[in-house]
Design a protein around this ligand. Structure first.
Ligand SMILES: Nc1ncnc2c1ncn2[C@@H]1O[C@H](COP(=O)(O)OP(=O)(O)OP(=O)(O)O)[C@@H](O)[C@H]1O
Length: 876
């Protein structure tokens, strides 16, 4: 790493110099000397005396700078960007290569900008390294958007023609409204610090020079959107996507950049390499990415969103890192050692230290994400990608770091596995720097991307056609969603049947559901339920995992932040200090737009059956899974729902894309069922599953439930009243079935003569009842299947335990044996409890079925009577 000076000092120094310098003295030399002294440890960034822009000089030497704070007023001047960037070491590089000194009479900056918009454009555009600048204008009229080539959470990327040069570029249109609640121009102005006046073709800025140190953050410049545009224009490296220029157009910020004709690695994997790339390709891609990271880190930036979706390829195989929306300057506050405290990134790729608010992190966080990206490229998806964000956070903190599995990833070399594991060390201080990592043998032997990556791209249609094809697929899925409601009802029942047969052994899932999903209406009940559940879990299974989740639950439910104790991951590295991982943090995590983006996107991958169990869920040694879960799942908090609603079309896209794959994986779900943990019978094929998809809900539930819920006007228990039958059941009361929580119509409570004739489709009622009865019958048979399986599983456990008692392990220690036996005995006990519960439920169900049948008969008689009465009346 370069030894950077303390930028804070430099700012103060510059301030002092400018304040003390009489306006009529030539100041360029003074500023240049200051910079020379301040940045002497990084000579390549020294600005040349003649290259400090005049406007900047004017701004710095303006009398306003020497006024006391109180006397300073909002000050408008040309190219705030130049001013701000002046403090950034990276900007100095730009000055060195390109700096065009422009003299503007003092106090006439705004007028000059209006008279010479071209000047503003010049100040805004990128360019460095001494190469002649290509000026890209900031007028939207100069760009013709051709095809959509990418869709991010906050942006749509287009292939576009830059008309003046007849050159193809990419234009990323970032929706400013989506980034904030502020409206349109107002927000655009705030976040960019720049106001584009289309009529005048000028860019102006409002800013208050206030505190002693003028920094990005104090100037309200920390926003992702502006940061991205800014960072992109400052970067200059062959492996970094450079921003040519950026400007505000109505409610969007346009960032113009080179067009990368093959899109992102993620996109390529989705289209043609669902199981990941071969090692030699991965080596090339990663090496180029690492070079980009090395460059960024050397220049004081942390990317914070390294992932396959942000590694772009062009048709000649060139690899570039993009998306600087969350890039942070390590020296933003003028403290070289200062690490970041904000919670930014995408959960699967996020380093453990980033997830722990207050802990602080530095550029090593990018190395972790880089390691995750290595696994992503190797498997076609990131580890834990099928889990909801909150779960990913917990798993990353608590589980052993993911890695390339010795057996499953046999096809990969030892050096690749080793390189990945070096990056994925929880202790950030033990991770190598990008520079060091580049020297790893894995990269030493990597081929140039032109050789390896290019071979991936043969026979592929153009990017925009691929994007369209994916969109068509999405549309098909959406159409599927809109199928007739009766079909949906039928399908939902099938889904439900599958879901009721599902085994979910995942204690974590259950806890997360319990902690995250809160029903406003039933909050008190839910609290009680959850308390009981958690007490049970923790009494029975005092694992670290349990206590962590309980504490999160406690924080979430009771806001009793002070009660949080220290929470420690099993390896001690995932330590969450008292009061650090608080309710607000949890909610912040949930509310993080980026997480939702990720969530939406990852839904595409979630159902990917190739996700390995190794990746997915390395179990803790001490995680003793015990409790057969039968808890009722409350709804999620409305705040989360509100946020989810914002996901809008992204979610729809993601959902629909995931449906087909989800369908496929559902088919295998039953036989894939994991028989190694506690049993959970989902007691609802719920409308909630989206908020906290569990293994079972991912496999069985989401898409079909969505279809089902599309027409649902009321959801009770696991059944819904759809818009089709709502009229028919008007006036009928619903009763809750004691054992299964179903809602059944209770015709005996409604005398037949009270049935509003005009609303009753008489023939519909028996059919509705029949459906419910059939469901009951199916449930009973499902329960029987469950019982059989349970018995089989018990037998297996018996065999296992007797085997273990008969043949004592020679290698394991006696304590471990005792633990194993205790666990098996405990499991047996729980299975027996479960077994008797199921038996009782089956008996209940059978009773209910019989009762329902007889009710059905009664009802039919009543209906017949009512029918003949009406006939009689009519004939009379
Ligand atoms: N310069 C480019 N050339 C070609 N395609 C691009 C370019 N930039 C982005 N894309 C495509 O657009 C997609 C979305 O872009 P990008 O990731 O920058 O958007 P975003 O909203 O920042 O997304 P994210 O959700 O990752 O934050 C990329 O995954 C890529 O496929």
């Amino acid at each position: 790493m370069h030894c950077w000076p303390n930028a804070g000092t430099s700012k103060r120094k510059i301030r002092r110099i400018t304040a003390e310098t009489p306006p009529d003295r030539p100041v360029r030399h003074t500023i240049h000397s200051a910079l020379t002294n301040t940045y002497k440890s990084s000579p390549s960034y020294l600005p040349q005396q003649s290259k400090v822009p005049g406007a900047l000089v004017r701004a710095l030497t303006s009398p306003i700078m020497s006024r006391p704070h109180s006397a300073r007023r909002p000050y408008r001047f040309l190219s705030l960007r130049s001013f701000i960037c002046f403090f950034s070491p990276t900007f100095l590089a730009k000055l060195k290569g390109s700096g065009k000194a422009v003299e503007i009479p003092r106090g006439r900056e705004i007028e000059a900008a209006k008279e010479e918009p071209q000047l503003v454009e010049t100040m805004m555009k990128g360019g460095s390294g001494g190469s002649p600048k290509k000026a890209y204008s900031v007028s939207p009229a100069d760009y013709r958007l051709l095809d959509e080539v990418g869709q991010g959470a906050s942006a749509t990327v287009y292939r576009a023609m830059y008309i003046p040069f007849n050159e193809i570029v990419a234009v990323k249109c970032m929706d400013l409204d989506r980034c904030n609640n502020l409206e349109g121009d107002e927000y655009a102005e705030v976040v960019t610090g720049l106001k584009y006046d289309a009529a005048e073709r000028t860019l102006t800025t409002n800013m208050v020079i206030g505190e002693e140190e003028v920094t990005h953050e104090e100037l309200n410049m920390e926003d992702d959107v502006r940061r991205e545009a800014q960072t992109m224009s400052l970067m200059d490296h062959p492996n970094v996507v450079k921003g040519y220029c950026s400007f505000v157009v109505e409610h969007t910020l346009w960032v113009v950049m080179p067009f990368m004709a093959e899109g992102s690695c993620l996109h390529l994997m989705k289209v043609a390499y669902p199981n990941g790339f071969e090692e030699h390709v991965i080596g090339s891609i990663l090496k180029e990415t690492l070079k980009a990271l090395e460059y960024l880190h050397k220049h004081g930036s942390i990317h914070r969103d390294v992932k396959a979706g942000n590694i772009l390829l062009d048709s000649s195989g060139v690899v570039k890192l993009s998306d600087f929306g969350v890039t942070a300057g390590m020296f933003d506050k003028g403290d070289r050692q200062r690490s970041r405290n904000t919670f930014v990134g995408t959960p699967c790729w996020m380093a453990p230290e980033v997830m722990q608010p207050g802990g602080g992190y530095d550029f090593k966080a990018d190395i972790w994400s880089f390691g995750i990206t290595a696994l992503e490229l190797a498997h076609g998806h990131a580890p834990f990608s099928k889990y909801p964000p909150m779960k990913v956070l917990l798993m990353t903190l608590q589980n052993a770091p993911p890695g390339l599995d010795y057996d499953r990833d046999r096809k990969f070399s030892k050096s690749f596995r080793e390189m990945a594991s070096m990056c994925l060390v929880k202790d950030q201080t033990k991770r190598p720097t990008a520079e060091k990592l580049l020297k790893h043998p894995f990269f030493k032997n990597a081929k140039t991307p032109e050789l390896s990556v290019k071979s991936l791209l043969t026979d592929l249609p153009p990017l925009w056609d691929r994007v369209k094809a994916l969109e068509l697929k999405d549309a098909e899925q959406l159409a599927l969603k809109k199928m007739a409601s009766s079909e949906q009802e039928a399908l939902s029942m099938i889904e439900y049947q599958k879901a009721v047969s599902a085994w979910n052994f995942d204690l974590e899932d259950l806890k997360i559901q319990a902690s995250l999903i809160v029903d406003d209406e039933n909050i008190a009940d839910a609290k009680e339920d959850d308390k009981g559940l958690m007490n049970f879990i923790n009494n029975e299974a005092p694992s670290n995992v349990g206590s962590t989740s309980e504490k999160l639950l406690a924080a979430d439910k009771n806001s009793d932040i002070k009660n949080l104790g220290d929470i420690e991951g099993p390896d001690g590295s995932g330590l969450i200090k008292k009061n650090e991982f608080l309710e607000t943090d949890v909610l912040e995590v949930i509310n993080q737009d980026r997480i939702y983006r990720y969530d939406n996107k990852k839904l595409n991958n979630d159902s990917d059956p190739s996700t390995s169990t190794h990746d997915a869920e390395p179990r803790q040694e001490n995680e003793v899974v015990k409790e057969p879960q039968m808890c009722s799942i409350p709804l999620r908090p409305s705040s989360v729902q509100n946020n989810s609603a914002k996901r809008g079309r992204n979610l729809e896209r993601a959902e629909s894309e995931s449906q087909l794959r989800a369908e496929r994986s559902r088919c295998n779900a039953w036989k894939d069922a994991n028989l190694s943990g506690p049993l959970m019978l989902p007691n609802r094929a719920s409308a909630n599953s989206l908020s906290a998809p569990t293994l079972s809900s991912i496999r069985y539930g989401d898409s079909m439930e969505d279809k089902f819920n599309l027409n649902a006007v009321q959801i009770k228990g696991r059944f819904s009243v759809t818009s089709e039958n709502v009229d028919a059941v008007k006036g009928l009361r619903m009763i809750r079935s004691a054992s299964v929580g179903d809602c059944l119509f209770n015709p005996t409570q409604v005398p037949s003569n009270e049935l509003p004739k005009e609303n009753i489709n008489i023939s519909l009622l028996p059919s509705i009842l029949m459906t419910h009865l059939q469901n009951l019958a199916r449930q009973t048979s499902s329960q029987q299947v469950l019982l059989t399986d349970l018995l089989t599983s018990m037998q297996q456990n018996d065999i296992l335990s007797s085997f273990k008692t008969e043949i004592p392990s020679q290698t394991s220690k006696p304590e471990i044996d005792i633990l194993v036996k205790a666990e098996i005995t405990e499991r047996e006990r729980l299975l027996l409890v479960k077994f008797s519960e199921l038996q009782a439920r089956m008996i209940n169900l059978t009773d209910e079925l019989t009762a329902a049948w007889s009710k059905n008969v009664q009802l039919q008689q009543q209906i017949n009577a009512a029918y003949s009465k009406r006939n009689e009346k009519e004939s009379a």
